[in-house]
Design a protein around this ligand. Structure first.
Ligand SMILES: [Ca+2]
Ligand SMILES: [Ca+2]
Length: 433
């Protein structure tokens, strides 16, 4: 049965080769695109035996016979378009066909063949299938569909943290500047703690695992390592890192400052009795804003007590971020506002983002979940990068107003001192620009 059908196939192949030799010559010279060619498998033992009860099937034997038949059809179809010059053909017997890199003329040639059922373009079918819940809650999947070019491309983002594993598959190629304030002799990016790599992944991580982890996967990262392996940092290193962010290459003639900086940390300090205009971290954040750099700060994990947001989240010019879960509910431990200073009360936090059980990159190439406002803040940083990509001329004030005004109100109605203006919404924010 199989032998006879192959003879028939062979005859038609010879005919096709003679008739189309000139066409093939021309076809091979044109640009190619990836297609999947589905073969006609009428004589296949799998087709004939579909009605056999599962228990009676010899699966291995059947698949071997199917593969033999498939290989014959594949050889004939491949020879139709000049097998020697067929670039990257990958036969897949399980799908009754093969991936082929084809010119338009080869496509029409194959469509006419009696052994081919269909020729399907493949290049846009292998799409990412999954996103972390955090990206889903802030509507990144819809954004990628509706605004496909808005991915942070061309925008620089700073991270002041424990460093970064710059070789993680989801972060490869993203780091454009690195400074080690813990050990200035170290020139290559490193992360001996893990917190910074996780934060950076939520901002800029790709999808090599099949799951998209980053809000703005094309941004350039400017990384300051200020926290050591035990997770502690000196104030002077944190302030120095903020200053470094304004000119990472130490050359005022080049505009290489990031547009937004993530700070998923806070420093201890009783703030009720002091004047924020005398607090160095608040001064630094205000000066950065004047220079066009947004400072996005984690609210902290000292909730549900009121007035529990510390420096620098309590500073007036910080964009302070509370943490929500997969149901858009406030995380109990998220620090609460308002922030009380000697010279007045300031509405804090500003907005909310997912921070509970967030999956992101970890040093060594893997993934893990972490929880806290540290994980919420980088979602907002990524959002600012998308806003500045859409319109680079926006000031920090304008970008902040956009993000706040388009946030989805959650918890108690209107602005509240637990979730700020609500959960950030990437689609409605970008739609406004
Ligand atoms: Ca510079
Ligand atoms: Ca609310």
């Amino acid at each position: 049965m199989i032998i006879r059908s192959c003879e028939v196939l062979f005859c038609s192949v010879l005919l096709a080769l003679t008739m189309d030799a000139v066409i093939i010559e021309k076809a091979n010279a044109l640009p190619r695109k990836i297609h999947f060619v589905v073969y006609k498998m009428d004589q296949s033992p799998l087709k004939l035996n579909r009605s056999t009860p599962l228990a009676l099937r010899n699966i291995a034997g059947l698949s071997l016979r199917h593969q033999g038949f498939f290989q014959n059809v594949h050889s004939h179809v491949a020879s139709l378009i000049d097998a020697d010059r067929l670039v990257g053909a990958r036969p897949l017997w399980i799908a009754d066909g093969a991936e082929m890199n084809l010119t338009p003329a080869q496509v029409s040639l194959l469509k006419k063949s009696p052994h081919v059922l269909a020729v399907l373009p493949l290049n846009r079918r292998g799409r990412l299938t999954d996103f972390t819940y955090g990206l889903k809650r802030i509507k990144i999947p819809e954004l990628r569909t509706n605004h496909s070019g808005i991915d942070g491309n061309g925008i620089s983002v700073g991270v002041i943290d424990t460093g970064i594993d710059a070789k993680h598959p989801d972060l490869m190629g993203r780091v454009v500047a690195y400074r080690d304030f813990v050990d200035p002799k170290v020139l290559q990016p490193r992360d001996d703690q893990g917190h910074g790599t996780h934060v950076a992944g939520t901002i800029a991580g790709g999808a090599t695992s099949g799951r998209s982890i980053g809000v703005a996967p094309k941004v350039n990262l400017v990384i300051a390592k200020t926290y050591n392996s035990r997770g502690s940092a000196r104030d002077i290193d944190l302030l120095s890192a903020m200053q470094w962010m304004t000119d990472p290459d130490d050359n005022p003639a080049t505009a290489d400052a990031p547009r937004v900086v993530n700070s998923s940390w806070n420093v201890d300090g009783v703030i009720g009795s002091i004047d924020f205009t005398l607090e160095p971290f608040c001064i630094a954040i205000s000066n950065m804003r004047t220079l066009g750099i947004a400072s996005v700060i984690a609210a902290g994990n000292d909730g549900p007590r009121r007035n529990s947001i510390k420096i620098p989240g309590a500073c007036p010019d910080a964009v302070t971020v509370a943490s929500t879960d997969s149901s858009d509910r406030l995380t109990d431990s998220s620090s609460r506002g308002p922030s009380l200073w000697q010279n007045g009360t300031i509405q804090k936090p500003n907005v909310s983002a997912p921070g509970k059980d967030i999956s992101s990159s970890t040093p060594g190439g893997g993934y893990r979940t972490r929880s806290g406002t540290s994980m919420a803040s980088p979602h907002v940083v990524g959002m600012f990068a998308l806003v500045f990509q859409k319109n680079a001329l926006l000031t920090v004030d304008e970008a902040q107003r956009l993000v706040e005004s388009q946030a989805t109100d959650i918890e108690s109605a209107g602005y509240d001192t637990a979730t700020g203006w609500g959960l950030i919404n990437s689609v409605s924010t970008i739609d406004q620009i």
